[in-house]
Design a binder for this molecule. Structure first.
Ligand SMILES: [Zn+2]
Length: 518
């Protein structure tokens, strides 16, 4: 039997002769689980729900199964699903939706469970704004390949995309007035995602990438000069001042408002690309360094993040940060439950490695393997498929990883067509890397299944898979074209800032060049 499942299952797959016909209206006995999940399947299969007749779909709870695991058994008498939790049920129903063709399902038995707990997809709606319908479609497409985290990058130098009822000046700063999500829309997206097994982790980038906050509240930078939201990419030197109490008087109630909107246990606090030039010259920051007994200005960022993370803990939330945050020794010391998202070796190579070796919870999004805004010449489909947890120069063999995540930054992505062509099919390749154990993965087999998948689920479009692994010459052309596009888009100040706060270590530069071009 042709079973074009992506990601490939991790357990027993047994196929039998015969098929069961999908009823015209779906009768389901979901046992201890709510019926809403079955309704999502009915919607995908194109049938209505029915409260009458014997159940065609039967769900049983089994607490002995591991988190998100499921058993799916299809016989001529209907479908039986066993799961320990709601997500296990969601993934069983996703598998069922893929198997459902021409109003029937082949008889089979599948046992399946994920490799990593966090299987993420990041969408940047701050650099360019995307409508709610597009966001929901992305979540549906990623749910079909069993991703369970939608990391929503909502704030940056180019915009603030969350309606704040406490501080409406924030969403009032966007270049185009209506380009933010109302609280009602956010609740709708959160609920739609929940029914698809996906939790939404919002990212509020702090203390850098915060021009949208500073445009609304210019007093919160060190020098307190006016700041504008503008659409150019890059790294801004003017960031939030952790020496000023007023910064926390804004951030604490703001984080409280955001925490109430997103039921996820996690809130991403960013922490990347925060140049320290302004802090070094600021009397408030210098005083803070002194009164808190900090050794330097990297430690000040660690202290700042710890204040926010401890505040979040009081709200029942855990912080996630980009790996630059570990340049301060205050992290994770002051925040033991911190989750780190690894994207790049910044000026020092040691801290992220030590964090991982000491059992820290780490989500991997290496920029050269998991950044989908990069050209196919840099991140080929095959490279994305083979992505495994690890850091530049350190494979971490045997160390457990919390998860994998693909990131789609939108500095150069402004239309649905561009979004689709950058995301797909690479996001599907990494989804399989996140779900399926390495010994069960095979690239040629994935490519065969991918063609069938894209034929059936074209979604919002995709880059042609047969062009997604370009040859050597096209690869170099693509990389150079991308670098030129980037250099052209950066204004002079941002070009100067591009070295991660002017502290670009030569070893980092060498590694960057090696990974970018090889
Ligand atoms: Zn300051």
């Amino acid at each position: 039997m042709n079973m074009p499942l992506i990601p490939g299952p991790n357990g027993r797959v047994h196929t039998e002769a015969g098929r069961t016909a999908l009823p015209a209206a779906l009768s389901a006995d979901t046992g201890a689980f709510p019926r809403d999940f079955a309704a999502v399947y009915a919607g995908r299969a194109g049938v209505a729900m029915s409260a009458e007749g014997p159940a065609w779909l039967r769900v049983t709870h089994d607490g002995d199964l591991s988190a998100e695991a499921y058993r799916l058994r299809v016989t001529q008498g209907g479908v039986d699903i066993t799961a320990a939790d709601e997500r296990g049920l969601c993934w069983a129903l996703t598998t069922l939706a893929v198997l459902t063709q021409e109003n029937s399902v082949p008889c089979c038995e599948i046992e399946d469970a994920p490799r990593f707990a966090w299987r993420g997809f990041m969408m940047d709606c701050a650099r360019h704004f995307f409508p709610v319908a597009t966001v929901k479609t992305m979540i549906e497409l990623m749910s079909m390949v069993k991703c369970n985290v939608f990391h929503w990058h909502l704030t940056d130098d180019q915009g603030w995309r969350i309606e704040s009822r406490r501080f409406p000046a924030l969403h009032g700063q966007n270049i185009v007035a209506d380009e933010y999500y109302t609280q009602e829309e956010i609740r709708e997206v959160v609920e739609s995602a929940r029914l698809r097994g996906v939790e939404i982790v919002p990212e509020i980038d702090l203390p850098g990438h915060a021009s949208a906050i500073l445009a609304a509240f210019p007093d919160l930078s060190c020098a307190g000069k006016p700041v504008k939201v503008d659409s150019t990419p890059g790294i801004r030197r003017v960031i939030l001042c952790p020496g000023k109490e007023a910064v926390f008087e804004l951030l604490f109630p703001l984080l409280e408002e955001i925490a109430a909107l997103f039921p996820s246990r996690y809130i991403h606090l960013g922490g990347d690309e925060a140049p320290k030039d302004e802090w070094k010259a600021c009397p408030h920051c210098r005083r803070r360094v002194e009164t808190e007994g900090l050794e330097n200005f990297e430690e000040l960022q660690g202290w700042f993040t710890a204040q926010l993370a401890v505040f979040l803990r009081g709200l029942g939330k855990q912080a996630v940060c980009w790996n630059e945050s570990l340049l301060s020794r205050r992290l994770p010391a002051d925040v033991p439950d911190l989750t780190i998202q690894y994207w790049a070796e910044v000026s020092k190579v040691g801290p992220a490695r030590r964090f991982w070796e000491n059992g820290g919870s780490m989500v991997f999004s290496d920029q050269f393997r998991a950044y989908l805004d990069l050209a196919y010449g840099t991140v080929t489909l095959k490279k994305a498929y083979n992505y495994a947890p690890g850091m530049l120069g350190f494979k971490g063999k045997g160390l457990p990883a919390f998860g994998l995540e693909t990131c789609l930054w939108s500095e150069f992505v402004s239309t649905t067509e561009q979004l689709a062509a950058q995301a797909f099919p690479r996001a599907y390749a990494i989804a399989e890397a996140a779900w399926t154990q390495p010994e069960r993965r095979d690239y040629d087999d994935f490519r065969r299944r991918l063609d069938l998948w894209l034929g059936r689920f074209p979604g919002i479009g995709f880059y042609p898979p047969d062009m997604a692994d370009p040859g050597l010459i096209e690869r170099y052309k693509g990389r150079i074209a991308f670098l030129r596009k980037q250099a052209k888009a950066l204004d002079k100040e941002n070009r100067n800032n591009a070295g991660l706060g002017g502290k670009l270590h030569w070893r980092y530069l060498l590694r960057w060049l090696r990974n970018y071009f090889f």
